[in-house]
Ligand binder design. Structure first.
Ligand code: TYD
Length: 329
């Protein structure tokens, strides 16, 4: 196969590119190289690279030339940034998805659209979200992903394109930009900086290793029935505070770095996925969370040269905007 991977320089996208290349596939990466896209994530990995935006039809057509399939990882993904400013989220996650869909329709390529459990909204306790549950997004980020998902489903129904959607749970592993919970806490702990826990820290997330997530997406690419939605959850639900305390132990940081700070507006307490559809295709997560977290902490300890430059410059401005007031009160 020749596969276009959009957002292939980002966190999950770069894990996926490495996986496809190792499986012997030809990969073209289209990436805009926004703040979270990083060419270094694909060092030493054989691929063709095009810098460009999925919302630009010319860039998509050029990069997609001769490709049998596209896997769309290109997205603005960070809830907190979407609360500060949502325009880029609508542009990339909704309009960009529309541009990709038009190319898929014209080229007759197969699409796997990578989405998130957040489109279902809060599942405070008990039941699990199933693929045909209503979408009730809480944040501007989740709403823009839900908009993209609905466009994909509409193109399947109306235009008969060959497309699947995957909805993964919270993902962690190496090469994750340090704005999400785990890499932010690990790198702050390694630097002796405060660990800002939103609210009571009793929110729950289901932690999926990036390799397990990518294995699920690859299976959907190869074997998913056209038009289907597949949830990808690890079944490793943890309270945020427990995750942070485990990071404190693993890094040897001082426990009093943990600070309870003002909560995120609209904060979902919990997500929970029913992944039985993907299990029926033969997928199950391979990594348990304890081992995966310890390996991830070790990766950040051993790869300061990857994340220290990121945490200067524009990151500092974002960090101050997001946390300065929270940490001062
Ligand atoms: P995050 O990694 O942003 O993923 P998502 O919002 O998509 O689930 O956050 C995971 C959880 O961690 C979420 O409940 C918010 C919480 N959180 C904090 O408590 N402090 C932080 O600094 C961050 C970034 C997240």
């Amino acid at each position: 196969m020749r596969v276009l991977v959009t957002g292939g320089c980002g966190f999950i996208g770069s894990h996926f590119v490495k996986r496809l290349v190792a499986a012997g596939e030809q990969v073209v990466v289209l990436d805009k190289l926004t703040y979270s896209g990083n060419l270094a994530n694909l060092d030493g990995v054989e691929h063709e690279f095009v810098q460009g935006d999925i919302a630009d039809p010319v860039a998509v057509r050029g990069a997609g030339e001769g490709c049998d399939a596209v896997v769309n990882f290109a997205a603005e993904t960070h809830v907190d940034r979407s609360i500060l400013e949502a325009g880029d989220f609508v542009r990339t996650d909704v309009l960009g998805t529309h541009v990709l869909l038009e190319w898929v329709r014209a080229a007759g390529a197969r699409l796997v659209h990578v989405s998130t459990d957040e489109v279902y909204g809060d599942v405070p306790e008990g039941s699990w979200s199933k693929e045909d549950d209503p979408l009730l997004p809480s944040s501007p980020y989740a709403a823009s992903k839900a908009g993209g998902d609905l466009l994909v489903l509409a193109y399947v129904r109306t235009h008969g394109i060959d497309a699947c959607i995957t909805r993964g749970s919270n993902t962690y592993g190496s090469n994750q930009y340090p704005e999400k919970l785990i890499p932010l806490m690990v790198t702050n702990a390694l630097e002796g900086e405060p660990l800002p826990v939103y609210g009571d820290g009793r929110q729950r997330r289901d932690w999926l290793h990036a390799e397990d997530h990518c294995a699920g997406i690859e299976l959907v690419l190869r074997e998913g029935a056209g038009g289907g939605v597949f949830n990808i959850g690890a079944g490793a639900e943890r309270e945020n505070l427990d995750v942070v305390m485990r990071i404190v132990e693993l890094t040897g940081a001082e426990p009093d770095l943990v600070r309870h700070v003002a909560d995120r507006p609209g904060h979902d307490r919990r997500y929970s996925l029913d992944s039985s559809r993907l299990h029926e295709l033969g997928w199950k997560p391979e990594r348990d969370f304890e081992t995966g977290l310890a390996e991830t902490v070790a990766w950040y300890q051993d790869n300061r040269a990857w994340w220290e430059p990121i945490k200067s410059g524009a990151y500092r401005e974002y960090y101050a905007r997001q946390y300065a007031e929270r940490l001062s009160s």
